[in-house]
Design a protein around this ligand. Structure first.
Ligand code: PGA
Length: 253
């Protein structure tokens, strides 16, 4: 059985008090409302990690994640945070290769290999993002484009390492735009990506991979999207900033 996962990506939002309030609300709601054993991950900005971890405490199935990590191990890299530091603060997951990082911070497929390696070596589960821009979708070459992102960044890893990674398919044209991929579009891509991993690592490994959908997921569309055979959950941006919406998405399985 593949893990069902809903991860909230706060991006660069919420001050200290707002982050504490949101986390406390989610912790309280999940005590009664996560009856389907969904793995839930909160990915706040770095400075929230420690206080959010304290609030999470021993809440079942609720984990801490970061939004990025350095591709380096340690040293003179001002402003960077290593996977080692994240692990020492109790993070279990790290989002890597989000389209905003690829675009605004020029993260290449090659750099993302190094970040993934850092995460795995420190026992963090990478939530590895991929997805095509609008012009690629309009040209109809989205599958080749996304498969290529994954091949270039991840296909040097062993089967054992790949089985520790979570994939998030996020069509860039659907992120923060209110325009979601249809559940059929999501299923089509997720199935293609799973087949791509099967071609390299075998069906056993591919079947065990959790592949999340991200891009304007909300309580109104999550049920339909999560009902698809190859969709194992969601990476949620805007809707993860409201406790009720986020928990309703978690309950959409
Ligand atoms: P969104 O963001 O849900 O606000 O579209 C998703 C993401 O970027 O992870």
């Amino acid at each position: 059985m593949r893990k069902k996962i809903v991860a909230g990506n706060w991006k660069m939002n919420l001050n200290f008090e707002e982050g504490q309030k949101l986390t406390s609300e989610i912790v309280n709601m999940l005590k009664d409302e996560n009856d389907k054993d969904v793995t839930v991950v909160l990915n706040p900005p770095f400075v929230h990690l420690y206080p959010v971890k304290k609030l999470i405490g021993s809440t079942p199935n609720l984990f801490l994640g970061a939004q990025n990590c350095s591709d380096k191990t340690s040293g003179a890299y001002t402003g960077e945070v290593s996977a080692t530091i994240l692990a020492s603060f109790g993070a279990s997951y790290v989002i890597l290769g989000h389209s905003e990082r690829r675009e605004y911070f020029k993260e290449s497929n090659e750099m993302l290999t190094a970040k993934t390696k850092q995460a795995l070596e420190n026992g963090l589960t990478p939530i590895f993002c991929c997805g095509e821009p609008l012009e690629i979708r309009e040209a109809g070459t989205q599958e080749e484009y996304v498969k290529n992102q994954l091949t270039e960044s991840l296909f040097g890893f062993s089967a054992d390492e790949i089985s520790k990674i979570v994939i998030a398919y996020e069509p860039i044209w659907a992120i923060g735009t209110g325009k979601t991929a249809s559940s059929d579009q999501a299923q089509e891509m997720h199935a293609a990506l799973r087949a791509h991993f099967a071609s390299k690592y075998g069906a056993g490994i591919a079947d065990g991979l959790s592949i999340l959908y991200g891009g304007s997921c909300n309580p109104g569309n999550a049920k339909d999207i999560f009902s698809k055979a190859d969709v194992d959950g969601g990476l949620i941006g805007g809707a993860s900033l409201k406790s009720r919406d986020f928990v309703d998405i978690i309950k959409s399985f």
